[in-house]
Design a protein. Structure first.
Length: 398
């Protein structure tokens, strides 16, 4: 703990925050800043690359060809939808694979954040692809089932479909999806487990076990969560957090994660995202018909035509790209609320500050206010440390 962060009559949260940030070596800070700022450009290039690919699928008639192929194979509409989805996702995966390798594998190793060799990394990508094919087929079948039955209000019904499947995904992911990628084992060390369970019970979380996730075989990042809905809740922490952090830091991080659960952030985010999605679909509905009418060469008959799915993707992706600050702010506000909850639950402000510094391995610690507003979906390291030091000034006896 820096001397300026010691509790005393002269304790100043701003000075304590600056002292914590000053403990980060300049080269480490530059590396973290470079990684995080590079992510801004990846967002831009990723969007532009995907937009070009989707536009070409329409302009070259590839999307219409895939629709025709699906219709030749089967007459059943749901099966046609699933076949089209499978063709589209496989094609997009192949075309965007070089960018995926760079952003998800090479760059992570370049900054010392990944531990997987290429083979296991690729296997995880294939498993993720399998999940996308199966779950995405169900979502797309439901979506186009709605589009074929409703009129101009399709965007509202489509929002309901997306929200419904978001809830379903949140329920089944901890039980059926997460174990595909990692092994969950019960935490047996009572010195770590018991304080976590005690804090959980004190905050109304009924949990009998804490699980450790073997994410160190994939990444060096620390993480934890209280995930799931409707009886599938699970308290878990990854083995990096277990082995790299003190007990106090673990409690501080888990206190934050419990905050998400107690404050009903999962349901809150579903409702907030429903509004964002509804606005997005309304804009898609407006522009879809105008663009479709101008481009007969696409051979897209209506919004209910499977061949128009790349256009829906393209328009919605453009909307989401422009709405990045709004989406980030929605998440960041929830994260800040969980930070404050965690400080009150764990009462470990200095451990929370140290955990924020560890997160600084891959998150820029001290951005400008505008930068944090636009690009950060979590409070910055400075914001989090200052929150902890202010809490300390107001709640810890000097």
């Amino acid at each position: 703990m820096p001397p300026e962060a010691q509790a005393s009559p002269a304790f100043d949260p701003v000075r304590a925050t600056n002292a914590y940030l000053a403990t980060v070596p300049a080269d480490k800070k530059a590396r973290s800043d470079g990684y995080f700022e590079g992510g801004y450009w990846l967002q831009l290039w990723g969007f532009l690359y995907s937009a070009i690919v989707l536009w070409l699928l329409l302009m070259l008639g590839v999307s219409a060809w895939m629709r025709d192929r699906a219709e030749r194979i089967t007459r059943r509409r749901p099966s046609q939808t699933a076949l089209y989805w499978i063709q589209l996702i496989l094609l997009l995966t192949i075309v965007t694979f070089p960018l995926s390798v760079y952003s998800g594998y090479y760059r992570e190793h370049q900054y010392g954040l990944a531990t997987q060799s290429f083979g296991p990394w690729l296997w995880d990508q294939l498993k993720a692809l399998g999940v996308a094919l199966v779950f995405g087929s169900l979502v797309t079948m439901a979506l186009y089932g709605v589009l074929r039955r409703v009129g101009r209000s399709w965007w509202l019904w489509a929002t309901m479909v997306v929200v419904a499947f978001t809830i379903v995904g949140a329920v089944i992911a901890p039980v059926f999806v997460a174990p595909l990628f990692n092994t969950y084992t019960r935490l047996t060390d009572p010195k770590v487990r018991d304080p976590i369970l005690s804090m959980a019970r004190a905050n109304g979380i009924t949990a009998d076990d804490v699980y450790v996730v073997d994410q160190s075989r994939q990444t060096t990042r620390i993480s934890a969560n209280v995930s799931g809905l409707l009886g599938t809740e699970r308290i878990s922490l990854n083995d990096n957090l277990l082995h790299r952090c003190s007990l106090e830091e673990i409690e501080a991080v888990l206190g934050h994660e419990m905050g998400h659960y107690v404050l009903n952030h999962a349901f809150k985010l579903v409702l907030e995202n429903a509004i964002v999605v509804a606005i997005g679909f309304a804009l898609v509905a407006y522009w879809f018909e105008r663009l479709r009418a101008r481009h007969a060469e696409w051979r897209v008959a209506s919004v209910a035509d499977l061949a128009g799915l790349p256009l829906i993707f393209l328009l919605f992706a453009a909307y989401q790209f422009v709405a990045t600050p709004i989406n980030n702010t929605i998440v960041r506000v929830n994260e800040y609320e969980a930070d404050i909850f965690g400080l009150n639950a764990a009462r470990q402000p200095d451990a929370f500050a140290n955990a924020a510094l560890k997160l600084g391995d891959y998150r820029k610690l001290d951005p400008s206010p505008i930068e944090e507003l636009i690009f950060f979906d979590h409070p910055s390291g400075r914001t989090r440390i200052f929150s902890a030091m202010r809490w300390k000034a107001e709640n810890i006896k000097k």
